[in-house]
Design a binder for this molecule. Structure first.
Ligand SMILES: Cc1cc2nc3c(=O)[nH]c(=O)nc-3n(C[C@H](O)[C@H](O)[C@H](O)COP(=O)(O)OP(=O)(O)OC[C@H]3O[C@@H](n4cnc5c(N)ncnc54)[C@H](O)[C@@H]3O)c2cc1C
Length: 436
């Protein structure tokens, strides 16, 4: 493997989650045999392992990650568990497709909710979600979203002016579409909490990058000082999936960045956020800024996209993102100008051209999951679940829908992919204007 995951910056969610320093699994050393090896302990890989163990309790399952659980993108994201389909385009997919995606999203949210309740995982907030616009030029995007919600029969509320300002504690936005079903979490706390649900038949190995793979079956994974042999291998490695040689010309790995403040003090809360409940805002523009007022009274900011072919950011990339976050933060909260960010970090998500995920079985005993298109907390959870069902021959209407709707279209390889991705990112950023 040429490109292995690294830690990009200071991962605020991880550092503010309980027991953040605890090691949840040992390094992989020595030779081991398992029935299944799942590579990647993010939401997708954990979901595969949990469901495999439910269906086949006697199976021995290895779950391995290059980093600690919570250090990958699953612990670095904005923490939105999004119920409604994110990229609705009825002209292309039809209303029924959106309704099916909604059912799958709700299935995943309820499954995560059950684990949260059973294992007392903190920070879960049923806050809903605002999609908001600051620029008049971005209002059509918002209206288009509302129109599609209406057509599909999804509930929503339009909130504008002083009412919106009262709910958010800032008067930055002109208008927003509020939907109720979205959940906000500290994603690092959630993904680490899910590890408690793994039964003894699942062995978790952290800090154990797969260095190479010899395909069989049985398949042999190579680590520094160790191997795993397994008849079935599931690759749930998100943007790193191409490294394993079974996925090409389907995904674009995109870097984006986030910052988190310390908790607001009593005075700031009283003066500016009196009666304001935790909220999350996504932008009406694709390149706009995601913002949260968290359950523990912090402000979270996410923006800036880049295509980094090495799949790692530099100090200069983080610094540039920090500057962009400062400007978005100060525009929305001029009264908090003096407040520093405690954490700034970056992370990867994999997009596909037609927004359909990778859910494939390219060779005997080899399964690949990727392309969660920026909504992988929920999508990875249901894709992982149904991949386990698919492997074990458990049929359902949901699985049939997943199989039918997981055909990502072709994307040219680098350098064309690099040039096209960067051009599109620059174009979108220029048009988002004040919504960045
Ligand atoms: C800043 C940011 C904000 C986002 N906001 C949201 C949001 O609000 N809601 C949402 O749903 N999604 C969001 N996303 C996307 C979301 O984080 C991803 O879709 C999700 O993490 C995908 O989960 P996963 O398990 O498939 O992949 P990952 O979480 O990336 O897990 C893959 C794992 O594979 C491991 N791995 C890779 N290569 C190897 C190897 N060679 N050996 C061993 N292990 C390896 C990695 O270390 C990693 O832990 C955001 C992403 C970012 C970066």
């Amino acid at each position: 493997m040429e490109k292995l995951p690294q830690i990009d910056g200071d991962i605020g969610w991880l550092e503010t989650s309980p027991d953040c320093a605890a090691r949840l699994g040992p390094r992989l050393k020595g030779s081991h045999e398992f029935d299944y090896a799942v590579i990647g302990a993010g939401f997708t890989g954990i979901s595969v392992a949990l469901r495999l163990a439910e269906i086949d309790p006697s199976a021995r399952i290895a779950l391995v990650d290059a980093l600690r659980v919570g250090e990958g993108a699953s612990g670095r994201n904005a923490g939105f568990l999004i119920d409604l389909p994110h990229n609705m385009d009825f002209a292309k997919t039809g209303v029924e497709h959106a309704r099916s995606l909604f059912r799958l999203n709700m299935f995943a949210i309820e499954r995560l909710r059950a684990f949260k309740e059973q294992y007392a995982i903190p920070s879960w907030t049923d806050a809903g979600k605002y999609m908001a616009a600051h620029e008049e030029s971005n209002l059509p995007g918002l209206n288009n979203f509302a129109g599609m919600l209406k057509q599909a029969g999804f509930e929503y509320e339009t909130v504008s002016g002083p009412d919106l300002a009262r709910r958010l504690g800032t008067n930055y936005y002109r208008s927003a579409v509020y939907t109720r079903g979205n959940v906000l979490v500290n994603p690092a706390a959630l993904v680490r909490g899910l590890i408690k649900a793994l039964p003894p038949s699942v062995s978790l190995f952290e800090n154990s990058p797969v260095q190479g793979i010899e395909y069989g079956p049985p398949h042999k994974l190579h680590f520094v000082g160790g191997t795993i042999t397994a008849r079935k291998v599931v690759q749930a490695t998100n943007s790193y999936s191409e490294q394993f040689g079974k996925l090409a010309c389907r995904i674009v790995p995109i870097f984006t960045y986030a910052s988190l403040t310390r908790p607001l003090n009593e005075e700031q809360l009283r003066r500016h956020f009196d009666g304001v409940r935790p909220w999350g805002v996504t932008s009406a523009h694709l390149a706009g800024t995601t913002v949260r007022f968290t359950h523990d009274n912090r402000i979270f900011i996410r923006n800036t996209y880049d295509y980094l072919p090495d799949l790692k950011s530099t100090g200069a990339d983080l610094e540039a993102a920090w500057r962009s976050h400062r400007s978005s933060f100060e525009a929305r909260f001029p009264f908090l100008k003096e407040m520093d960010f405690d954490y700034t970090w970056g992370g990867l998500f994999a997009i596909t051209k037609n927004h359909e995920p990778v859910f494939s079985n390219p060779d005997e005993g080899v399964y690949v999951l990727s392309g969660c298109n920026g909504v992988g907390v929920v999508k990875g959870t249901y894709l992982g679940y149904y991949m386990a069902d698919h492997i074990c021959g458990v049929e359902s209407e949901n699985l049939r829908f997943v199989l039918k709707s997981s055909h990502p279209t072709w994307i040219p390889p680098d350098p064309v992919r690099l040039v096209a991705a960067r051009a599109r990112i620059a174009w979108e950023a220029a048009h988002a204007k004040g919504d960045v």
